[in-house]
Ligand binder design. Structure first.
Ligand SMILES: N[C@H](CCC[C@H](N)C(=O)O)C(=O)O
Length: 291
């Protein structure tokens, strides 16, 4: 067998949202959508929800690039940010417990609270439709507490032709549906697929199904843009929590219970205040991929 061209990687997850982490500080990797899709493929590749890339930065301690399983590069990934911080510390790329990280959505600040447990300042949430982006023109809207909800026409079968939704950006786009009980598999798959590519979201959207349990706990499922449903979504937990907080349904500190684990979200409610997310970051294995 000829000597294969080898790509070394680390497999990690944050509450079940799983990642391939690549060290590209030497800037030698030729990343393209086809390679990302091949790496993320759960049958023909390694398998992951996202591919995370560590690079050098002139603006922060590191640069953090995020690629969805469909190959698209995106602005932010919260579970990935925790794994990123654990990775650079474990690999000896930094000796600092708190680092600054440059993303397409701006600078975020992860902090290793203890091994495999990371708190991240995710920056501010954005609710202005144009900044999500979401095309709200012509839609009926209503105010619930401090949140504006929009009546969104959807073509999702005979029983669903419009939905009241909240929208938010954590640097990446999120639409949040408030449900009376935890979402079923059928609802997540049917509505998630329709909403992810809804024409009023020009960059597509991550779809959160929020069920408030009490003022300090909420259940959440997320059908992620470019992936489908994941066991956890960090930016999705941030977006759903701040939507629930603005509606007056959730306190300033909330445990967001997801299929793969629980994330704690803190937000003071001031529009310019940062959203803090705390949760696990786990290395599963190291590997070599034959290119
Ligand atoms: N699917 C997301 C990126 C990953 C977000 C998620 N894995 C997280 O932990 O925030 C998007 O297209 O914006």
């Amino acid at each position: 067998m000829t000597t294969p061209n080898i790509l070394r990687f680390t497999k990690m997850h944050g509450a079940g949202n799983d990642f391939i982490v690549l060290n590209n500080c030497a800037d030698q990797l030729q990343l393209n959508p086809a390679l990302i899709k091949r790496l993320a493929d759960r049958h023909f590749g390694i398998g992951a929800d996202q591919v995370l890339v560590v690079e050098s930065s002139t603006q922060a301690d590191f640069k953090y690039r995020i690629f969805n399983a469909d190959g698209q590069e995106v602005q932010q990934c919260g579970n990935g940010a925790r794994c990123f911080a654990q990775y650079v510390f474990d690999k000896g790329l930094t000796q600092k417990n708190q680092i600054t990280v440059e993303t397409l959505a701006g600078i975020i600040q992860p902090e290793l609270i203890r091994h495999n447990w990371v708190k991240v300042n995710m920056g501010p949430a954005e609710f202005e439709p144009a900044k999500v982006p979401f095309v709200s023109e012509g839609l009926l809207s209503r105010s619930i507490g401090g949140l504006t909800q929009y009546k969104l026409p959807v073509d999702a079968g005979a029983d669903v032709n419009e939905l009241w939704v909240g929208v938010a950006s954590m640097g990446n786009p999120h639409v949040v549906l408030l449900l009376e009980q935890p979402a079923s598999d059928e609802l997540v798959q049917r509505l998630g697929a329709v909403l992810e590519s809804h024409p009023r979201f020009p960059e597509r959207v991550n779809v959160g199904f929020l069920n408030v349990l009490d003022r300090a706990r909420a259940h959440l499922r997320v059908y992620e843009r470019g992936v489908g449903e994941t066991l956890a979504c960090g930016t999705g937990a941030c977006a759903a929590a701040v939507v629930g907080m603005k509606m007056g349904l959730l306190a300033e500190r909330v445990d967001v219970v997801k299929t793969g684990g629980t994330l704690t979200i803190e937000w003071s409610g001031q529009s310019d205040s940062d959203v803090l997310m705390t949760g696990p970051a786990q290395t599963v294995f190291e590997g070599e991929f034959y290119l």
